[in-house]
Design a binder for this molecule. Structure first.
Ligand SMILES: *Cc1c(COP(=O)(O)O)cnc(C)c1O
Length: 369
């Protein structure tokens, strides 16, 4: 039996009548860009996260870029983020013309090492982009305290963390705004590209809406030059259906993670869930000493795996010119060769989990402390 890494087919089969009807409705109304399905999804998603406003955009990368541009970041500004994250986090920053400043990931929860943020702040620092990596919120209240002390904006990258919570509050409700991706494989995934920014800031909403729609504005025609990044009706309609199932899928992910953890904790380093966190397990990432060999063995046994991410951002070719050294971000540097992501999604069965556990137990080697 092959264990799918993500299982979009099973998921579709389980909600097919609802999805088919939703897509037919969009076709019937020809509400392809913006329109009523986009508006209702924005309202529903804002309510789910616990924010007043939601702006649907083309994808998560655009959400980050438009949010940062809307908060006034630009050339000469420095923006702090974690060394290990998806490159889109950094692209959002540099897209505005600002420079990215990396901080190492912490060795226990893999989020930004909050105790190292202040050392990275300079007179040019304007914002922090904490990432709720793998689905676990970072210590976002501590990030907010640092930001307040230094007068910095906070843009939460919640692209992997739909429904994650910190101290009982939804991650995505702490910063000036939070950015989500609805890439098909995300916890809440569309059937194409889509993303959103959530915020309580009316002026920011207005700026992002205008910026993502060619600078159009109710009163000023093209008040500025913008670009084109809008959620489309099909994606919004799919997301409205799926949002109704998200909590059940999230609970299934959490249960799967628990079963993996029980089965694997003595043979590899399993994810630690912070006592204040609701970890929604977008990814289930373990650390082993023999990562590449393990992946090969698992592949042969029908268990696909991933690496998130194969190189921490300071070490990818795109940022080579920054000249970062391994010792600057020792955790991110070390973990890039130890981390492996096991299959996890809301339709994973206990039998599938047990197959993965059995195969990992056969081959995994525990990393040295
Ligand atoms: C997926 C992802 C993004 C980008 O989202 P897209 O919709 O693919 O553009 C940004 N940040 C993180 C952490 C992500 O995982």
């Amino acid at each position: 039996m092959r264990v799918p890494f993500v299982d979009l087919k099973s998921q579709y089969q389980s909600i097919k009548p609802e999805i088919d009807q939703a897509l037919a409705n969009v076709l019937g109304d020809c509400a392809f860009i913006g329109g009523k399905y986009a508006a209702s999804f924005e309202e529903e998603f804002a309510a789910y996260i616990g924010r007043q406003r939601c702006i649907g955009v083309g994808n998560g990368t655009d959400a980050l870029f438009a949010a940062m541009a809307g908060l006034g970041l630009g050339p000469g500004d420095e923006v702090i983020t974690a060394a290990n994250t998806f490159i889109a986090t950094a692209e959002g920053i540099t897209g505005t013309g600002a420079s990215v400043v990396y901080v190492d990931n912490d060795p226990t929860y893999y989020n930004i090492a909050v105790d190292q943020i202040e050392a990275a702040i300079t007179p040019n620092t304007k914002a922090i982009v904490p990432v709720h990596l793998y689905g676990q919120p970072c210590a976002i209240d501590e990030v907010m305290a640092i930001a307040e002390k230094h007068g910095l904006k906070v843009i939460e990258d919640a692209a992997q963390a739909h429904g994650a919570m910190w101290k009982g509050k939804n991650a995505g409700t702490f910063g000036n705004c939070a950015c989500y991706s609805f890439y098909p494989g995300k916890n809440l995934g569309a059937y194409g590209d889509a993303g959103a920014v959530v915020t309580d800031d009316a002026a920011l909403e207005e700026h992002i809406r205008s910026h993502c729609n060619h600078g159009r504005h109710d009163t000023k025609y093209h008040g500025m030059e913008g670009f084109n990044s809008r959620i489309d009706g099909f994606q919004a309609a799919v997301l409205s259906v799926k949002l109704r199932h998200l909590e059940a899928w999230t609970e299934a992910r959490i249960a799967a993670a628990k079963r993996y953890t029980e089965g694997l904790k003595d043979v590899c380093i399993v994810p630690q869930v912070h006592a204040d966190a609701r970890h929604v397990f977008h990814l289930f990432v373990v650390r082993v000493a023999n990562r590449d060999e393990l992946r090969k063995n698992l592949q042969e046994a029908g268990v696909p795996t991933g690496i998130h991410y194969a190189k921490a951002l300071p070490y990818v070719a795109a940022y080579e010119s920054l000249g970062h050294k391994p010792e600057e971000f020792p955790n991110a540097y070390r973990f890039q060769d130890e981390i492996v992501s096991l299959p996890i999604h809301g339709d994973l069965t206990d039998d599938q989990i047990d197959i993965v556990v059995e195969e990992v137990r056969k081959h995994a080697k525990m990393p040295e402390a």
